[in-house]
Design a protein around this ligand. Sequence first.
Ligand SMILES: [Fe+2]
Length: 471
Amino acid sequence: EQYIFLKNLLETPEPIPTTVKGTIPTWIHWSLLRNGPGKFEFGNQHYNHWFDGMALMHRFQIEDGQVTYRRRFLCSDSYTQNSERNRIRVWHFEKDKIFVTLIPLSPIPEPTDNASVNFVKYKSDYYVSTETNYMHRVDPDTLESKQKVDWSKFIAVNGATAHPHFDPDGTAYNMGNSYRNKGAFYNIIRVPPERNGPEDTLEGAKILCSIAPRDKSKPSYYHSFGMSENYVVFIEQPIKMDLFKIVTGRLRGKSLNEGVYWDPNQETIFHLIDKQTGKEMPVKYYTKALSTFHQINAFEQDGFLMLDMCCSDDGQSINNFLIQNLRQSGEALDEVMFFLKLSLSVFCTFEDLHGEDLKDYGGLEFPHINYARYNTKPYRYYYGCVKSACLLNKFVLQVWRQPDLYPSEPVFILSPNAEEEDDGVILSVIITPVKSTFLLVLDAKTFEELGRAEVPVNIPYGFHGVFNSSA
Ligand SMILES: [Fe+2]
């Protein structure tokens, strides 16, 4: 908790120098962009939930073995309004009427534009995103907010995940729910890579496929989805959103957690959608109740579809992590997560991707792979964070760990002239209460530390990021 709810963080809109120890390879050019909550207090009020903190964008620029750091708050409407009033804008009951008219459309009547979860790319532009219908286009160099973009102006969805997938040509796939009179639908979204002018944002976005939930008044929550070369894999997990309870709870001033629940008696359903035809495969795959935030990779091989993901058979802990008092989220994150390897054909089976030794570390989150070359392909290595350690690879555990240091999401960067899958480095922002926060650079093959760049200011624990190699 102490690494999340940092108080009185200031922006550093101009880059500040860091102190480099060791050697940061000179072939690493340009910037690591990260996003996460960074401001929880306005006046004497504060947010209690990790996800509610105002988006703070970070940029580590790496050039000639040196590193600078800058950060800015996202100028979202919610940040601007909170700042102007110096108080948190809460549910306003004078808006009851608006709520009522919005009910058939959305279970969350006033979606936030506080996009604090990830940096994502559409048509070679960077956006910060969360799970509502709003994203913000941002300048990846200055971190200035450029434009608020609303998914629902382009296609009939009420939001999209913060974890799109990409084909090699830049075509983006995402998923988002729509809430219509007859209930909710899950939608597969495709955004083309072509850009027809500087103002172009999500033009050309299409809904490839709409899928009816098993119960249209109780769709499943999902944070991301899987994608292989030919299929989108949607995992309908038994973390359920009771739309009626969510809406009426909002009207009664209750928080979202009233309507979101884990139902261990329901099975998990895997849906496969053909990316070319937009058709859902008639065969569904069922397995026991499990909960997942992040998938690692998916690929087709020998007539099977393999899907690797971080998941847990205890959805209650995920549910707590997601919705309930996220002041405890630091602990929830460390709880029982394990891996399944699913072979989907006429049957559905799994195997652990890890040995028993991973359980000693308490499970893993924030998985990353060599996405540029191995997404949708058979691969060997993934990286992630465990309790107080970083980073491991598939089947053979390799760990970087030091006392009181908390690694955030590891990002793999391919080295020039790379031949093998793990030819490159891992970047991770290491949060620590003891010394200064730093950017860690690890050799991805040996897990030896190459260097670190110490930042002279505190950084809160964040969510996700991306390496921007295009200057
Ligand atoms: Fe995520």
